[in-house]
Ligand binder design. Structure first.
Ligand SMILES: [Mn+2]
Length: 297
């Protein structure tokens, strides 16, 4: 998607009023690199240790954005890929160093491991260089609403399984229809009732297509059951802020494809920031937390 620099700068100006006394005055010609300070930042699905990780963009984002709280919502380091082969360029090191530095300088950094960095789940309630490792966290928004912070992988079990069926081609589907015909002739011979394999698969494929919706619904429902006002998760690499049956569902996206972070501004507004251009951001969609965005699915 193309986006003009001007548009990115305009929509990025909402919290520009804040200044940081510790920083040198921003050069007038470089408004695009002016630092922002947020109440909270959530990032996940960075997948450090893989070639797909856009570490340079994340590093740039971290350089230009500060926060009181920084939540690392899982799949930060990709242990699965690193086991297969070591891939660790300097930029990936720089991201880790940058985060450790933020923690040292007073940002409260909370690390909630995901499925790709589940090795970190073995270190729950430990602190690494001022970074707290926890299984899940609770963030209280400025307006006192409580958000449950979890990676989200624990709630995709059956859904992910169905996703495979979405990749079945037409040929295979036709073959299945044919098999179903013979299968039911066989069932008939043994006095069994008709069972539609194609119906079953169609149902599964339909489910697979709406996998994202189901994941979102499952997380929102789980947050409600646990008594929270909303949830912040990652895992499916799709940034989102919307209300689902009265529960605020937020997903901070990823740093492999969409280059997004979720932020809470100092005035308590939730936003998704897309950092697709080095040096400045492009808010993908922005809205107050109380006003769910209506967008086509
Ligand atoms: Mn994940």
């Amino acid at each position: 998607m193309m986006l003009t620099k001007t548009a990115g700068l305009l929509s990025n100006d909402t919290s520009a009023a804040r200044s940081d006394a510790l920083l040198p005055a921003a050069p007038t010609s470089a408004a695009s690199t002016a630092d922002k300070h947020y109440r909270a930042i959530w990032i996940s699905d960075i997948h450090l240790g893989t070639a797909g990780c856009k570490a340079e963009y994340l590093l740039d984002f971290l350089k230009h954005n500060e926060s009181d709280f920084l939540y690392l919502v899982g799949d930060i380091i990709d242990g699965w890929q690193l086991k297969k082969g070591w891939f660790w360029p300097q930029a990936h090191n720089d991201v880790v160093q940058k985060i450790l530095r933020k923690a040292r300088k007073g940002t409260q950094v909370i690390y909630v491991p995901g499925n790709h960095d589940e090795f970190a789940r073995g270190y729950l309630h430990h602190t690494f260089g001022d970074i707290q490792v926890v299984d899940e966290a609770v963030h209280t928004l400025l307006d006192k609403r409580r958000l449950w912070v979890t990676h989200g992988d624990l709630f995709d079990g059956v859904l992910l399984h169905a996703k495979w069926l979405a990749y079945l081609g037409d040929t295979l589907y036709t073959l299945i229809l044919s098999l179903n015909h013979w299968f039911n002739r066989w069932r008939h011979r043994f006095g069994l009732s008709y069972w539609s394999l194609s119906q079953y698969l169609k149902h599964k494929v339909k489910n697979a297509v709406s996998f994202i919706t189901q994941f979102e619904d499952a997380l929102a429902e789980q947050a409600r059951r646990r008594g929270y006002d909303g949830v912040v998760c990652g895992h499916i690499h799709k940034a989102e802020i919307r209300m689902i049956d009265g529960v605020l569902y937020c997903n901070d996206g990823d740093w492999v494809e969409s280059l997004t972070a979720l932020v809470e501004t100092t005035t308590g507004e939730l936003k998704i920031i897309t950092w697709a251009h080095l040096g400045h951001s492009k808010p993908a969609h922005t809205q107050a937390a109380m006003e769910p965005l209506q967008q086509p699915a």
